[in-house]
Design a protein around this ligand. Structure first.
Ligand SMILES: Cc1ncc(COP(=O)(O)O)c(C=O)c1O
Length: 420
């Protein structure tokens, strides 16, 4: 490949010299003679190896992964420009003290922007934690109840099931409803639910990432003094949510709002401060709330990235606008599935189909490997369903552009025409 001419500040010096051999060959040392002393420069890469700071969307694939997932291209590019020297600080965010004023400004702005996006009042603490949503499966019961307390779980998929099983170690959870026997294709009607009148909380997974089942409205706990707790990992910030309906919301960042390594907890302040004695310091909401998520070294770079995503969502006009885009994308994809005369099939009940994770199967399951292979050739990747359910799954989070969904749908139609 032809080398791009050097355009660094050193160019004039190099051009004035007599080169002793052609430069810009990777991994070679090359020598220059000047009027003074000869010197050598070692070159480990050529200019053309380095990524451009401008968009190179032609280099990127449409990534339908369930998480870690695609991030907004403009956010990635902004992070790229700020990576080496964050806003004149002379260092990257990864190198900053989490107690310094620069990082404080980053985390404070991230929190303020998230509060603006979700209209979160001062009655709630916003925490940026580690350990993924999985850690919250334990933190929630440890912080919200005593070992003998009853709590209710609606199990609409495997994440809710995992949360329930973890809670068994710390309190007395009951499964108020379980969709497993039907293969997790729906959400129960709230009317007939038998909820415990004394449950400290009712837990739901608002969007089951694997099965593609999403609550469109929310149940009320059986106990008037109990609170609703929700795992929003895979639909966080995908649409407006009335936070006041919840005592606690938690969400791993790596689907809609950032890289893995950050878990956001939004918890009503009056629920904080009663953790069980055995609660590890790192799982105690009071410790993190009292220290503004800076009790120990937080996932600084991840929080910074979440902040850039929040900024971007606000610039898009907020979550109402984001929801409209998500509805449009999901609508196109579900229509293509439903209009395929059974060639593609989505098992989820229409009223609770997820806007974020679209699972579908092929009538001729023997074609699945070919589907994935051809899609990958067309730069559409990570469409394989979760290993526990098989089939396909297209995760179309906020950052998946409409063009990505349109391309997938066109591909599906062509594939069907060829194989029907
Ligand atoms: C809905 C839901 N909850 C919890 C988790 C677990 O998250 P983590 O891997 O961050 O612990 C996931 C991960 O995919 C998820 O989709």
């Amino acid at each position: 490949m032809a080398a791009t001419p050097l355009t660094t500040p050193h160019t004039p010096l190099l051009q004035e010299t007599h080169q002793s051999h052609s430069f810009l060959k990777p991994n070679t040392a090359f020598h220059y003679r000047t009027s003074c002393k000869p010197f050598s420069v070692s070159c480990s890469s050529t200019i053309q190896d380095r990524p451009s700071l401008q968009s190179r969307s032609q280099d990127r694939v449409f990534n339908f992964a369930a998480g870690p997932a695609t991030l907004p291209e403009n956010v990635l590019l902004k992070a790229q420009t700020e990576l080496y020297n964050w806003r004149g600080s002379g260092m990257s965010v990864m190198e900053m003290s989490h107690r310094g004023k620069d990082f404080r400004s980053i985390i404070e702005k991230a929190e303020a922007d998230l509060r603006a996006l979700l209209n979160i009042s001062e009655d709630y603490a916003v925490l940026f934690l580690q350990g993924g949503a999985t850690t919250q499966f334990a933190s929630v019961p440890l912080n919200l109840c005593e070992p003998d307390d009853t709590v209710d779980y609606l199990v609409t998929g495997s994440w809710g099931d995992k949360a329930f099983k973890e809670a068994k170690k710390y309190c007395k959870p009951k499964v108020a409803w379980n969709g497993k026997s039907e293969n997790y294709v729906r959400v129960p009607s709230f009317d007939g639910l038998e909820l415990s009148p004394d449950a400290k909380y009712l837990h739901i997974c608002a969007n089951e990432t694997i099965y593609g089942v999403e609550f469109k409205n929310y149940p009320v706990p059986g106990n008037p003094n109990g609170v609703l707790v929700a795992d929003l990992s895979s639909n966080f910030c995908s649409k407006p949510v009335d936070v006041t309906k919840f005592g606690l919301i938690y969400a791993g960042a790596q689907k809609n709002v950032g890289p893995s390594g950050v878990c956001i907890v939004i918890v009503r302040k009056d629920l904080i401060g009663n953790a069980q004695e055995i609660t590890p310091v790192m799982l105690d909401y009071k410790i993190h709330a009292d220290n503004n998520s800076l009790y120990n070294t937080p996932p600084c770079f991840g929080i910074y990235m979440c902040g850039l995503v929040f900024e971007d969502l606000l610039e898009q006009g907020g979550l109402k606008e984001v929801e409209k885009k998500n509805e449009k994308k999901a609508g196109i994809l579900y229509n293509a599935i439903d209009e395929s005369k059974g060639f593609y099939r989505c098992p989820v009940e229409k009223s609770v189909r997820s806007l974020m994770n679209v699972p579908f199967t092929l009538e001729k399951s023997e074609l699945e490997a070919e589907f994935l292979k051809q899609a990958e050739k067309e730069k559409m990747v990570q469409l394989k369903g979760h290993r526990s359910v098989g089939g396909m799954r297209a995760s179309i989070y906020n950052a998946m552009p409409l063009a990505g969904v349109e391309k997938l749908v066109s591909f599906m139609k062509v594939f069907q025409a060829k194989h029907a």
